[in-house]
Structure formats: C-alpha cells, structure tokens
Design a binder for this molecule. Structure first.
Ligand SMILES: [Zn+2]
Length: 345
C-alpha cells in the first residue's frame, strides 16, 4: 500500500466502533500467523487502559513526522523518546528539558476537538467550501467551522519560502476589503444598518499585497502596511537578495527597494510585454498568481484585513502542495509541517 493511502487508512481507524475494532484486530492477527482466536481473547482480557493504549494515533504518521522535523516544542531539543499515549495521541519526552508533549503541543491545533472530523474539514478547505457547507460536512456549528478554519490556517499563514532562487518576479496587487465582506466572513448575523457607523462614508479599503515568485514556482507574499519601499524591504529582506535578479513592472516602490538592497533589477515596460532582447524578463507568473488569488478569494465575498494573511497562506498552501494536495497533507500544513517548512529544513 502506498504510504499516502496507508496514512488515510490509519486516520480512519479513529472512526471504528468497538465491535469493528475487535474485528479489525482479529483480522490483523490472523494475517500475522493465524492466531486470531487467541489474539481476540487476549484483547478481550486486556485491561481497558492497555487496550486504549493500542489505539492508533489520531494523526497517523504525520504526528511523528512533525516531532521528527521540529523537535521538542518547549526547547527545540532533538533527542526525543516515545512516552506512551495520552488522549489518543502518541506522547513524547524530551531528554534535554524532561518535558512531555504530543505532536499538537504549542500548535494552533492543540485542544481542537473532534479529531476524527479533521480530514473532512481538510477536504472542505481544499475544495474551498463555504462555512455553511463545511459546518454541515463536519457536523459542527458554523461558529466552530469558522474557528477551525482559522486554527487550520495558523501555521500555513507563516509557511513561506525563506529564500527565493534565481530570477524573481515581484508585483503588488490590491485586495478590496469591504464591510459586507467583514460580515460574511463571520458566522454571526449581520448587524442592522442605521446605527452609528464607525467609518461613515468609507465602506471599503484597498489593501496592498506583495507577491514574489521565482521560476521554480516558490511563492512569497505579504500584506503591506503601505505600498512603499520600506514596507517591501521589511517583507522581502533576506528572501530576495543581491544574488537574485528581480523583475517588476516599473512601479516605484519595488524599484526603490531593489536599488537600496543592491539587487539587480529589471523593469518590464508593460505587463505581459517584455522587450524583444530579453523575452524571459517578464512578470507573467506573478500576474497569473494574482489572477488566481483574486478569483479564488471571490468566494469569500471579501475578507477582513486581520484575516487576510490567513487567506494568503491558504492559497499559497493550495498551490505549493500542487500534486500532493491531499487532506492528509493539509493537516500536515496545519500542524506546522507545510510544503515550505519541509523544504527549508
Ligand atoms: Zn525540550
């Protein structure tokens, strides 16, 4: 069985009933040498706690993968021992600090309930389902679906490439924030109009978002406080350096950033129209990304500015997983082993 299929299979075990579990154990023991009867008897006799400890980890192999990749969540120690189980998750103990933890400790996913529904939730996010549909699919309240959505996005929002390589295309785009969007982004009922508006007259804002992509498809993005070179330097510093070649559309802010950071810079005269002498110096990839991002964002009818980094991370993760985009990998992203964190480690 392929490793991916196996982790699906393993993760579904959490949904088995007591009877189904017994049947499965008997079937497995039978494959291991025809001891199904003895095995089933032993299983029936085993104390409850011991039986529970034999239940598989609700995260399948991903939990172990995270611990292997990230080490101790308390001190980042790398010497880690298995330490039994607690609440359906494998527990670990760090030799350096002596503290115990599981794969979710100190992640936004810690203490999130109904782990058996996480794969459904991951699938709904991959498909970009609405909160109402997601809530229905997962059997939770829409308010819970909203909380889950943003817990699932806590780690992906930070999962960006630390460096881009070679030729890098960069351009800003503007995302419209609207009060209408703010309402539909929240699971509560819309407030009645007619009260005192906090920003009378001003019902939308354009939020600058910077996107930089290299030619391998690695994508970096950031919400800019202002569309100026200082904000771009804060966002792109260290990610794009003098060893890169930066291409922009001739906008002032990116050009000024490149000049100050001594990054070779090429301005494309008009979007989609590179010069005949340098046909490879274009920003078509970054503009195509903008297009996909905005089209995909449409389904949310506008998002609140404070949540925008989460939505950028969502889109980034969808594209970065590419052909490996599966509910299992989506959960990996959510527990902090997203596509970029894996590559940069
Ligand atoms: Zn430690």
């Amino acid at each position: 069985m392929r490793a991916e299929d196996f982790s699906v299979w393993l993760s579904l075990i959490g949904r088995l009933s007591e009877t189904q579990r017994r049947e499965a154990v008997a079937a497995l023991l039978e494959m291991d040498g025809g001891e199904s009867e003895a095995g089933a008897k032993a299983q029936a006799k085993a104390p409850r706690a011991a039986r529970r400890s034999r239940r598989p980890d609700a995260l399948g192999a991903s939990g172990h993968e995270r611990v292997e990749a990230r080490g101790c969540p308390h001190c980042a120690g790398r010497e880690i021992a298995a330490w039994g189980r607690s609440r359906g998750l494998a527990r670990f103990r760090c030799k350096a600090c002596g503290r115990t933890f599981n794969a979710l400790t100190k992640t936004p996913m810690a203490r999130l309930r109904k782990r058996e529904r996480w794969l459904d939730h991951a699938r709904a996010m991959i498909e970009g389902k609405s909160l109402a549909k997601t809530a229905e699919l997962c059997g939770v309240h829409p308010a819970t679906a909203f909380r889950w959505r943003h817990r699932f996005l806590g780690a992906p929002a930070l999962d960006k490439p630390q460096r881009l390589s070679g030729v890098v295309e960069a351009d800003e785009t503007f995302i419209l924030e609207s009060f209408k969007g703010r309402r539909s982004d929240l699971p509560r009922k819309a407030r009645k109009r007619g009260g005192t508006a906090r920003h009378p007259g001003l019902h939308q804002d354009n939020i600058p978002v910077l996107v930089a992509r290299d030619r391998k498809g690695a994508t970096f993005d950031a919400v800019l406080p202002q569309d100026d070179s200082a904000s771009i330097a804060t966002a792109l510093g260290g990610v794009v350096t003098a060893s890169n070649q930066l291409i922009g559309d001739g906008g002032k802010a990116i050009a000024a950033f490149a000049r100050k950071a001594k990054i070779p810079f090429h301005a494309v005269p008009a979007p989609g129209k590179p010069t005949p002498e340098a046909p490879h110096l274009h920003i078509n990839n970054v503009n195509a990304y903008h297009g996909r991002l905005k089209q995909w964002l449409n389904r949310f009818n506008g998002v609140a500015t404070k949540n925008l980094p989460n939505y950028l991370g969502w889109r980034r993760a969808l594209e970065a997983w590419d052909r490996q985009l599966t509910p299992q990998n989506w959960i990996k992203s959510a527990i902090g082993i997203g596509p970029y964190q894996q590559l940069t480690r």
